[in-house]
Write a new protein. Structure first.
Length: 307
């Protein structure tokens, strides 16, 4: 007999066909959400998929800035965010007014916005970046200095990889900020020989201990290419489910927490989203056009985990 979950998955797949929809899922989503995905990936991969799709509806299982990015890049499509209140606290740490004020203080600096920003903030920047391409993006700039907002940790990491002078905003991801150096040291001590991989949203004192610093997409590539290893991860804990799904031959340990916003998407909400066309993302056209230019420049540059 089929379980309730299996039934829901079947119903969502049928609805998806009927509505000519594509379901895009971030790596940090619940493992059952992976089952209904057309594509699972990191922020850069998902923005590319959103830009390319020819389906009528894009259903986003992630957080608001990701769905907004999809709408900005593919405005002719109906974009829906399955969990209406799934936001990103880091994206809320800067707004367009604050960025404008910072720009006034540094008129010669280029402005790089992490994709984890809202559409109005993106509209005020020169180019966007994700954790997969940030170094390539910054090094592509003609200016010698650049504002980097909102993530101070991503800026500090990038500063170690570039000669450009970076001006960080004081934002952070609460989940990665909570990962402590002592947890990294202890996990390494308890697992001699393990490989330690950290996300660049982690503070410098954690990154210092990492063998590799990767976006979630690059973590996946590494797990696929390496087998029979113990891998300690400093990122959102549910990333483990994704890695286990792709390569169960490694042992994965996490020193990170869960992102409550990423967990707001459930199978029930996705089904309702497809049935009721909710919750539709709208971006005013003038804001969208400006934000699109910043995103298109990013996509054109590519990045290590890009095309
Ligand atoms: P990536 O998946 O792009 O590495 O980013 C993680 C993140 O911040 C998602 O919220
Ligand atoms: Fe935002 Fe951090 Fe959650 Fe990603 S994990 S959505 S950056 S709060």
């Amino acid at each position: 007999m089929e379980t309730k979950e299996q039934n829901l998955i079947k119903e969502i797949k049928q609805l998806k066909e009927k509505r000519n929809a594509v379901i895009l899922v971030h790596n940090y989503q619940r493992p059952e959400i992976y089952e209904i995905a057309d594509f699972i990936g990191d922020s850069l991969e998902l923005s590319r998929k959103a830009a390319e799709t020819d389906k009528d509806i894009i259903v986003f299982c992630g957080v608001r800035f990701m769905a907004e990015t999809a709408k900005i890049l593919n405005p002719g499509k109906t974009v829906i965010l399955a969990a209406e209140d799934a936001g990103c606290p880091m994206a809320e740490m800067i707004n367009a007014k604050q960025l404008k004020e910072l720009k006034k203080k540094h008129p010669k600096a280029a402005v790089v916005c992490y994709v984890n920003t809202n559409a109005e903030t993106k509209a005020e920047c020169d180019i966007c970046c994700t954790s997969a391409n940030v170094v390539d993006i910054v090094n592509s700039l003609k200016e010698g200095e650049a504002i980097m907002a909102p993530d101070k940790n991503l800026a500090a990491y990038t500063q170690t990889k570039t000669k450009k002078s970076l001006i960080p905003w004081n934002g952070y991801c609460p989940i990665h900020q909570e990962i402590k150096e002592k947890s990294a040291v202890l996990a390494k001590k308890q697992n001699p020989g393990a490989i330690f991989i950290a996300h660049p949203e982690c503070p410098q004192e954690v990154l210092r201990h990492a063998d590799y610093i990767f976006s979630t997409g690059k973590m996946l590539d590494f797990a696929k290419e390496n087998t029979n290893k113990t891998i300690i991860l400093a990122t959102e804990t549910d990333m483990i489910n994704r890695l286990e799904k792709e390569n169960p031959k490694n042992k994965y340990l996490s020193i990170g927490g869960l992102c409550p916003d990423m967990k707001k998407t459930t199978l029930e909400k996705v089904k309702e989203a497809l049935e009721k066309n909710q919750y539709e993302i709208k971006v005013p056209e003038d804001t969208r056009k400006k934000a699109e230019s910043s995103l298109r420049k990013m996509i054109a540059i590519g990045g290590k985990h890009g095309k």
